[in-house]
Design a binder for this molecule. Structure first.
Ligand SMILES: NC(=O)c1ccc[n+]([C@@H]2O[C@H](COP(=O)([O-])OP(=O)(O)OC[C@H]3O[C@@H](n4cnc5c(N)ncnc54)[C@H](OP(=O)(O)O)[C@@H]3O)[C@@H](O)[C@H]2O)c1
Length: 266
């Protein structure tokens, strides 16, 4: 590619994997973070400090990039404004507009959850931005299931699971690989969804996680009220026809035990 590929959300779970994959493929990379570059980070990427809420630093971040992999998330409705800001700044910069590659979530149009409504609106912002674009929807990452189960470890006595809900978790590096393929290719619009290799109950996944970290806790399935849980029980978050991921939750857990965190994002 001609110039570095910008990765927003580069310090996050997905962004780190995207950066690693780009570097391994020999691509030039620019990372975006609200924070300054950490001491001891000598990875071969440019570091752009900027904030998609305020717009500070975003002009410099998008200058000269042929493509942007947009992984940043504010965790809520802020994603709509942040995505709009990114598309506006990228659209008015000098030269050809960059190819914007967006990561979205399977079932955002079926599960009535505030975050999913924001993702759907952010997809629409990109589609109508005038920029060349590609959007990939995936199921939940293995890391998210692990994070939620781990966080519940602080509850007294037991973990709980969403009774009737199933998940199809996917390895984030497989998602990163696909995003890099998209970013280094022609704009493709909405591409086929990606789901993990197995559909498992939430209860099952939580039990497997606890067992892998050696915690002897019960998992209590709770039947939770509300639209979000109803939509999950109906499988709105799943894509059985697109179970293209290869790494299972058990394989992820096994590999995770041996990992060490290095400075920087790669
Ligand atoms: N997690 C899942 O299971 C899953 C599944 C499918 C799709 N996705 C999508 O994948 C994307 C990445 O998810 P993730 O779990 O990797 O996220 P994450 O780990 O929570 O990382 C969020 C990133 O967003 C950046 N960020 C937050 N606010 C920002 C702001 N105002 N300006 C610039 N950057 C900002 C953070 O960077 P700094 O703190 O360094 O600024 C951080 O790197 C999201 O769009 C999410 O919807 C996630």
């Amino acid at each position: 590619m001609n110039g570095p590929i910008l990765v927003t959300g580069a310090t996050g779970t997905l962004g780190r994997a995207v950066v690693r994959r780009l570097l391994d493929d020999g691509q030039e990379v620019r990372v975006l973070s609200r924070r300054p570059r950490p001491a001891g980070d000598h990875e071969p990427y440019d570091w752009a400090t900027g904030d998609l809420r305020t717009g500070a630093g975003i002009d410099a971040a998008v200058a000269g990039v042929p493509a942007i992999v947009h992984c940043a998330t504010t965790g809520g409705r802020g994603d709509i404004a942040a995505t709009r800001l990114l598309t506006e700044v990228a659209g008015r910069r000098e030269g050809d507009p960059p190819h914007l590659v967006y990561i979205s979530i399977v079932g955002i149009d079926r599960v009535n959850f505030f975050y999913y409504r924001a993702k759907l609106a952010a997809e629409r912002v990109i589609e109508s931005s005038g920029l060349p674009w590609s959007t990939l929807r995936t199921t939940q990452f293995h890391d998210l299931i692990a994070l939620i189960t781990e966080a519940q470890g602080r509850l007294p006595a037991a973990n709980f699971s969403i009774s009737g809900a199933r998940f199809q978790p996917i390895e984030v590096r497989e998602v990163a690989e696909r995003l890099v393929e998209l970013a280094t290719g022609e704009p493709a619009g909405r591409v086929p969804d990606m789901g993990g290799p197995e559909i498992r109950t939430h209860t099952d996944l939580a039990r497997v996680y606890l067992e892998s970290v050696g915690r002897r806790r019960r998992v209590l399935p709770l039947r939770l009220p509300g639209r979000v849980f109803r939509d999950l029980r109906r499988g709105g978050n799943l894509t059985p026809d697109r179970a293209v991921g290869r790494v299972t939750f058990e394989e992820y857990l096994k590999e995770r035990k041996g990992r060490k965190k290095a400075p920087g994002v790669g």
